[in-house]
Design a protein around this ligand. Structure first.
Ligand code: FAD
Length: 397
C-alpha cells in the first residue's frame, strides 16, 4: 500500500532529515512528515556553529564525526551545506582554566585537532579581541559554521533521492497503537496527519521544541521545554571586513561568528536566556531591544571595534530543552516501536550527521560502540543520572 512504510519520521529539521537519509540508505521505506516547510523551523534558523569543544567524550566524538561530514558534505550527503572554516576559540574565566585544560586533553584523546593557546598566541591569532581578562584559550583550527537552511534542505533532497517520501505542510495529529506488545501502550501502528493516515511499525518523534506536544499524542510525558532564544546581527565597521573566528566567550556569556556580508552574528550562552518557555506555535519571532543591548555589549567587551558596528537585524527561534541540556534518543516506551529524538538544547545542529547515524542504528538494532546512545536514554531523569560533563562552563554540553 502506498501509505505503508517501514518507518515514519515526524519532523523535518536536521535530526529528522539526517535520520531519514541514513535509514533510506539502509534500504528501508521511510516517510517524513513536516508540518511547515523543510528548513523553515528552528534548524533553518540555527547559528549552525560547527565546533568540537565538548565536555564529555560521547558528544565530542559525535561532533568530530559530524565535522567530517560537514567538511565533505557533497560526497557524504550530496549538495551543499555552506561550511566555512574560520577556526573556533573558547574563552573561559581564570577560575575554569583547569576545566579548559582537562576538556582539551579529553578532546585531543578522542582525535580532535584542538590546542591550548597562551594569551600572547591568542593575541597574534585575533589581534582585534581583548585578551587582558584571559589566562588561557582553546583553539580548533578546523571548526567554523555552516549555512543552516542549505544544510537541512540538502539533507532533505538527499533523503528524497534515496527514496524517502517527504510530506510538507503535513501536521501529525495522532499516533496509533495496536495492543499486544511488551510495552504498556502496545505496538505503534502509524500516525494520523493532515495529509492522511500513514502506517508503519516504527515512528520517530523528531519534532524539536514540539516533541512534548507530539509525545502527548501518545499519552506520554516528555521532559522537553520549548524556549525562545534570540540572535542579533551587526555589520562590522570599515577596517574589520575580514572574517573572524567563531568565539564562545564564557566570560561575557556570548558567542559570535562571521556571517556573509561583513556581518557578525551574536547570541547568548547564558542558560537563563532559555528560561523563556513559550508556546512553539505562538511566540514573538522578532528580536527584543534588551537582547540587542545585552548581546551587543558582550560583543563589544571582547571585540571593541564593534562599538562602531551597525545593527542589521535579528530574530527569535526555539531551543528544545531537557533538564540536563542533552537530548533524548530512545525507544519510549521500550518495545513500542515509538522513538524520541529531541531535546538538543541549543547545541544540536553540529551533531546532526552523527544523530542520523545513531538513530538509524537504534532503530535497526545495529550498534557502534563509540556512538552508544545509552547516555541519552529517557529513563536517566527518573534515575537521577543526568548527563554531566567532567568540567562545564555554561553550555558546553
Ligand atoms: C537561534 C538558534 C541558534 C542555534 N545555534 C546553534 C549552533 O550554533 N550550533 C549548534 O550545534 N546548534 C545550534 N542550535 C541548536 C540546533 O539548531 C538545534 O538543536 C537543532 O536544529 C534541532 O533540530 P531538530 O531537528 O531536533 O528540531 P527542529 O529544527 O525544531 O525540527 C523539528 C520540526 O518538527 C516539525 N513539527 C513539529 N510538530 C510537528 C507535527 N505535529 N507534525 C509534523 N511536523 C512537526 C517542526 O515544524 C520542525 O520543523 C541553535 C538553535 C537556535 C534556535
Amino acid at each position: 500500500m502506498s501509505n505503508t512504510f517501514d518507518i515514519t519520521i515526524i519532523g523535518g529539521g536536521i535530526m529528522g532529515c539526517s535520520t531519514a537519509l541514513q535509514l533510506a540508505r539502509r534500504g528501508l521505506k521511510v516517510a517524513l512528515l513536516e508540518k511547515g516547510l523543510i528548513g523553515a523551523g528552528p534548524s533553518g534558523k540555527s547559528s549552525a556553529i560547527i565546533r568540537q569543544h565538548y565536555s564529555n567524550e560521547l558528544t565530542a566524538r559525535m561532533a568530530l564525526y559530524s565535522l567530517g561530514v560537514f567538511q565533505d558534505f557533497e560526497n557524504r550527503v550530496g549538495g551543499e551545506c555552506g561550511f566555512t572554516r574560520t577556526g573556533f576559540i573558547a574563552l573561559a574565566p581564570r577560575s575554569d582554566s583547569e576545566g579548559l585544560r582537562s576538556n582539551v586533553a579529553m578532546q585531543q584523546a578522542v582525535g580532535i585537532r584542538t590546542e591550548l593557546l597562551s594569551v600572547e598566541a591568542l593575541h597574534e591569532l585575533a589581534p582585534a579581541f581583548v585578551t587582558s581578562d584571559l589566562v588561557l584559550a582553546a583553539y580548533e583550527p578546523d571548526s567554523g559554521y555552516a549555512d543552516p537552511y542549505l544544510t537541512v534542505t540538502s539533507y532533505a533532497r538527499a533523503a528524497r533521492d534515496a527514496g524517502v517520501k517527504i510530506f510538507q505542510e503535513a501536521t501529525v495529529t495522532g499516533i496509533d497503537f495496536t495492543p499486544g506488545a511488551e510495552s504498556p501502550l502496545g505496538s505503534v501502528s502509524g500516525v494520523r496527519s493532515t495529509a492522511g493516515a500513514l502506517f508503519s511499525p516504527i515512528v520517530i518523534n523528531a519534532t524539536g521544541a514540539w516533541a512534548a506536544q507530539v509525545a502527548a499524542l501518545a499519552g506520554l510525558e516528555a521532559p522537553i521545554d520549548s524556549c525562545r532564544v534570540q540572535v542579533a546581527f551587526f555589520r562590522r565597521p570599515p577596517g574589520q571586513e575580514a572574517v573572524h573566528p567563531v568565539v564562545a566567550d564564557f566570560i561575557n556569556a556570548t558567542y559570535f561568528r562571521s556571517e556573509t556580508g561583513q556581518i557578525t552574528l551574536v547570541g547568548l550562552i547564558d542558560p537563563s536566556e532559555a528560561a523563556a518557555i513559550v508556546d512553539p506555535d505562538k511566540f514573538k519571532e522578532s528580536v527584543d531591544d534588551d537582547f540587542v543591548m545585552e548581546a551587543g555589549s558582550g560583543l563589544v567587551n571582547r571585540y571593541p571595534a564593534m562599538e562602531q558596528s551597525q545593527l542589521t537585524g535579528g530574530y527569535a527561534s526555539l531551543y528544545a530543552i531537557t533538564p540536563d541540556w542533552h537530548p533524548i534518543m530512545d525507544e519510549v516506551p521500550r518495545g513500542s516501536g515509538l522513538y524520541l529524538c529531541s531535546g538538543f538544547s541549543g547545541h544540536g545542529f553540529k551533531l546532526g550527521p552523527a544523530v542520523g547515524l545513531m538513530m538509524a542504528d537504534l532503530v535497526t538494532g545495529e550498534s557502534q560502540p563509540e556512538f552508544d546512545p545509552v547516555l541519552f536514554r529517557f529513563g536517566r531523569f527518573a534515575e537521577n543520572d543526568p548527563v554531566r560533563g567532567q568540567y562545564e562552563y555554561s553550555i558546553v554540553g
